[in-house]
Design a protein around this ligand. Structure first.
Ligand SMILES: NC(=O)c1ccc[n+]([C@@H]2O[C@H](COP(=O)([O-])OP(=O)(O)OC[C@H]3O[C@@H](n4cnc5c(N)ncnc54)[C@H](OP(=O)(O)O)[C@@H]3O)[C@@H](O)[C@H]2O)c1
Length: 165
């Protein structure tokens, strides 16, 4: 990838599923720094340490599974129910219609790029409305603090790159 960059075949290079230790090792040895690291990231798996390291090193984080592969938006999922309960403790009149937008706001506010996925045209259009839905800082704070009391445990919805040494 570095060679392709040096030969002007690509404008930027990036990595995916790099953990903090993978990234530390890469930053110590690379000649061309990756522009981006695409990883699973959402309020149940906020990757704070990795986010800090990448921000400090000027590597953009791109979140996949912003919706927990759909679980965070599915009313029958315990993760959706937990998130909505926590939000309603602070915003009693919360309407979960805009939950996708608030999940995207949460990531964007941390300077994290997002790639929400849907195969449903109406949802794709609705997800693009993110910039027309007002940011609610109380909801963002709930998402920021979701794991802080230890009652809600971190959860990954995708595979675990920690298993790669
Ligand atoms: N680098 C990697 O290793 C890696 C790993 C996983 C994923 N990815 C990429 O990350 C992107 C994100 O995909 P993801 O699968 O992780 O999931 P995601 O964006 O967290 O969630 C996708 C799911 O959410 C549902 N959804 C989307 N918008 C919705 C809305 N407004 N209301 C209700 N449900 C909604 C979709 O259902 P419908 O389709 O039925 O609408 C789909 O089941 C994809 O491009 C994927 O290729 C990369």
């Amino acid at each position: 990838m570095e060679q392709a960059y040096r030969e002007n075949k690509v404008r930027a290079i990036g990595v995916s599923n790099y953990t903090t230790s993978h990234m530390q090792e890469l930053l110590e040895t690379c000649q061309v720094q990756p522009a981006l690291n695409q990883v699973e990231l959402h309020p149940f798996y906020p990757q704070n340490e990795l986010h800090q390291l990448c921000s400090k090193s000027n590597v953009l984080i791109q979140a996949y599974s912003s919706f927990g592969e759909g679980s965070l938006l599915n009313p029958s999922s315990v993760y959706h129910q937990t998130l909505v309960q926590r939000i309603m403790q602070k915003v009693p009149d919360f309407n979960s219609q805009h939950l996708p937008h608030h999940l995207l706001h949460w990531a964007l506010a941390r300077n994290i790029s997002v790639i929400p996925k849907s195969t449903t045209p109406g949802r794709i259009a609705s997800n693009f409305e993110v910039f027309n839905v007002p940011v609610d800082e109380k909801i963002r704070d709930v998402m920021d603090q979701l794991l802080s009391d230890g009652l809600v445990k971190p959860i990954k919805f995708c595979w675990d790159p920690l298993s790669i040494s």
